[in-house]
Structure formats: structure tokens, C-alpha cells
Design a binder for this molecule. Structure first.
Ligand SMILES: [Zn+2]
Length: 89
């Protein structure tokens, strides 16, 4: 699971997204300067992104899905098909 979490964090930074982690480690992502996370949650309360270590975080499935969709379109337009295949493989 650590690999998956690191992968999500890497893709988020490639996409220029901010991580927004709630208390207890639920990990969301948001577009800078937008008032909600990718899953539409208002960003109230504290951000624990730098408080918890990655292994203590649980990525929000909706944010992860939205993030993968964004990554998919970004990488497929930025890379030749063969490279994209390799990246995802
Ligand atoms: Zn979320």
C-alpha cells in the first residue's frame, strides 16, 4: 500500500495539486485557490498533510479517482503512447 500512496502523492505534485489531509489521516487533494477538495468537500479545519506520515494516511477514493483522471489526460497528452504505456505499466 505504501507504493500506492507514494504514487498518489507524486502524481498530485506533478499535477500541481495541494494535499489536504483531515484529522485521522483521510487524504484529499485540491486545486490551488479552489474552495473545495477534488471530491467536493469544503476545506474546513486544519490541514494535517504535514503532520501525518504517508503511511498513516488513507487516500480519499473520490479524490484519488479524480486525480487519476487528471493524470491520465495530462500524461497521455504530454507523452508519446509508448512512453505512457511504460509509465502506467
Ligand atoms: Zn476527497
Amino acid at each position: 500500500m505504501t507504493e500506492v500512496i507514494n504514487y498518489v502523492s507524486k502524481v498530485a505534485s506533478d499535477l500541481g495539486l495541494n494535499e489536504w489531509t483531515k484529522k485521522l489521516g483521510q487524504q484529499h487533494f485540491n486545486v490551488p485557490n479552489e474552495p473545495t477538495t477534488l471530491c467536493g468537500m469544503p476545506m474546513l479545519g486544519n490541514n494535517y498533510a504535514r503532520v501525518y506520515s504517508d503511511t498513516d494516511k488513507t487516500p480519499c477514493p473520490k479524490c484519488e479517482e479524480a486525480l487519476v483522471l487528471r493524470a491520465d489526460s495530462m500524461y497521455s497528452s504530454a507523452l508519446p503512447a509508448s512512453d505512457a504505456q511504460e509509465w502506467w505499466g
